[in-house]
Ligand binder design. Structure first.
Ligand code: NAD
Length: 249
């Protein structure tokens, strides 16, 4: 992978899991990295930390402006902050639908809107959105979450088309179940966490969960000049789940 020396990156949800692994990888490759997170208290140097709620436009605009000022420009945006939701359409009320759509979809729009004027100034501008296998896999008990990720996928394509002639590439990664604190919290709530973990592992063709570092590697590739001719696409990081057309049991 080419190095990121001289590039400036913003990673939302960068305090934990996939976002943190991505921020650390980009920094290790030479990027200056700003993390935007609801709780950036665990973020350490050389990463720059900014508190922001992607569900709040003012918060996003202020944090992006502060991050760009400190970085001295912006080349890469990793739109990664997201929250989960479980159940069928009968299990979540309107307020819950609005809350999760607002964070997972409109949150990415808010960050893009604040970042685009700065990305237009870059010669290596790239946006990478964290989508999910849920966008296309038809996962049971994930109606609301899947709908948000389906929207992230469509948004990625539309943004890629809108900004291609401005030299801004837009792609997404579609992770399968990734071993992050998010999944840890889910397992903690299960009646039998070990059995639940085994079931999650079994539904991946590789028989294991994806690591946060593996997702970070895919994000870094799509963010780097190495993928300079790639835009409007999704990269599955799912242990073969989508490519092999295997369905969860
Ligand atoms: P995580 O919970 O470990 O990390 C998410 C981070 O986002 C946290 O630091 C959290 O504070 C931050 N965040 C949440 N809401 C925010 C908000 N409103 N404003 C700013 N920051 C906010 O989760 P993760 O597993 O690393 O997930 C990251 C992304 O990957 C999400 O978009 C998720 O949908 C996606 N994803 C995860 C998996 C998985 O299995 N873990 C699979 C596919 C896709």
């Amino acid at each position: 992978m080419t190095d990121f020396a001289g590039l400036k990156a913003l990673v939302t949800g960068g305090a934990s899991g996939i976002g943190r692994a991505t921020a650390d990888l980009l920094a290790a490759r030479g990027a200056q990295v700003a993390v935007l997170d609801l709780d950036p208290s665990t973020v350490e140097k050389p990463l720059l930390a900014f508190r922001a709620d992607v569900g709040d436009d003012t918060s996003v605009r202020e944090a992006v402006a502060a991050a760009v000022a400190e970085l001295g420009g912006l080349d890469v945006v990793v739109n990664n902050a997201g929250i989960g939701a479980q159940g069928t359409v009968e299990d979540n009320d309107d307020a819950e639908w609005h809350r999760v759509l607002d964070v997972n979809v409109v949150g990415m729009v808010r960050v893009a809107r604040a970042a685009l004027p700065h990305l237009r100034e870059s010669r290596h501008a790239a946006i990478v959105n964290t989508c999910s296998v849920a966008a296309t896999a038809g996962l049971p008990q994930r109606a609301l979450y899947s709908a948000t990720k389906g929207a992230v996928y469509s948004l990625t394509l539309a943004m890629a088309a809108d900004h291609i002639r401005e030299g801004i590439r837009v792609n997404c990664v579609n992770p399968g179940t990734a071993d992050t604190p998010w999944i840890g919290r889910l397992l903690d709530k299960a009646p039998d966490p070990a059995a639940e973990r085994a079931a999650l592992e079994a539904r991946q063709p590789t028989g294991r969960l994806v690591s946060a570092d593996e997702v970070a590697g895919a994000i870094a590739y799509l963010a780097s000049p190495l993928s300079g001719a790639t835009t409007g696409t999704s990269l599955a990081v799912d242990g073969g789940m989508q490519g092999l057309r295997l369905r969860p049991v």
